[in-house]
Design a protein. Structure first.
Length: 277
């Protein structure tokens, strides 16, 4: 399926290139509703769950992440039981260039989950290293814990039988840790933290897409969303992004300039607001 791409326009400025926007739909879907929409838009990859987890790991609430034209590119689920909450079902089309599903959907689900019950999940990497996936999840879960928080033993046994040691019970949620976590499908790849790593054309375009879609930078206590930047700050960010397209050797310096323009203290409205606290 060929996806229609849209051009984002901000005030009187348009970034060169086609930019795809995303959102997590507010509606909560049943599994059948989710699967129908997913399969409609992803005929090459129908949504399937293993028959080995049928019944005991079924999820009945699902969120969808879609493009601006409504194409489904990611999903995640959960199910609430009297004594615990099951989490799982995360799937995205980063193989088609739709990055950021893991973080966006995990955040959206977290905002909707009821509090006060232990939450558990099993982990199998859809792509990439299982070890790296467990390392990411260990920031949020106690992996293969001895303290099972009162979850029925038969459920614990089923998780161990299915996932071995690769399951966990969620820790107390920490948005600061969440915002600092690098996910396998993040729009901002790990090379930003590697001083001498080259910045490829593809990586620069991914950075541009993440910024204008308000996906980067994540720390809202320090940075302002692109769409909320002051006119002059926004103009400079656009200038830096455009310059980086044709000036590979300047990209790290330009990235630093972009972050400086997006800092709250660099935007008059936010600087005044913060100064009055």
């Amino acid at each position: 399926m060929e996806l229609q791409k849209n051009r984002y326009i901000y005030s009187n400025h348009t970034l060169d290139g086609e930019i795809m926007g995303y959102k997590v739909e507010p509606a909560i879907h049943s599994f059948d509703e989710m699967k129908r929409k997913w399969d409609r838009d992803n005929e090459d990859m129908p949504y399937e769950r293993s028959p080995e987890i049928s019944g005991w790991y079924d999820l009945d609430k699902w969120l969808l992440r879609v493009t601006d034209d409504g194409t489904v590119v990611g999903t995640i689920g959960w199910r609430e039981e009297p004594e615990y909450i099951l989490l799982g079902g995360l799937k995205g089309r980063d193989d088609l260039g739709h990055s950021g599903n893991m973080k966006a959907l995990t955040a959206a689900r977290e905002e909707r989950l009821p509090k006060g019950k232990p939450q558990l999940a099993g982990f199998k990497a859809g792509r990439g290293s299982q070890e790296d996936w467990i390392k990411t999840q260990s920031r949020f879960y106690n992996i293969n814990p001895t303290d099972t928080k009162g979850i029925p033993q038969d459920i614990i046994d089923k998780f161990k039988q299915r996932y071995g040691d690769d399951w966990g019970i969620k820790k107390a949620w920490d948005w600061d840790i969440f915002n600092k976590t690098i996910w396998p499908d993040d729009a901002i790849p790990q090379w930003w933290s590697i001083v001498k790593a080259p910045v490829s054309d593809k990586a620069w375009i991914r950075l541009k897409d993440a910024i204008v879609n308000d996906q980067y930078p994540k720390d809202r206590t320090r940075y302002v969303r692109f769409t909320n930047l002051g006119q002059d700050n926004k103009r400079m960010v656009i200038y830096y992004l455009r310059r980086g397209i044709t000036n590979e050797e300047e990209r790290r310096k330009l990235h630093t300039g972009i972050l400086e323009e997006m800092e709250r203290k660099s935007n008059t409205r936010y600087d005044i607001e913060d100064g009055g606290r």
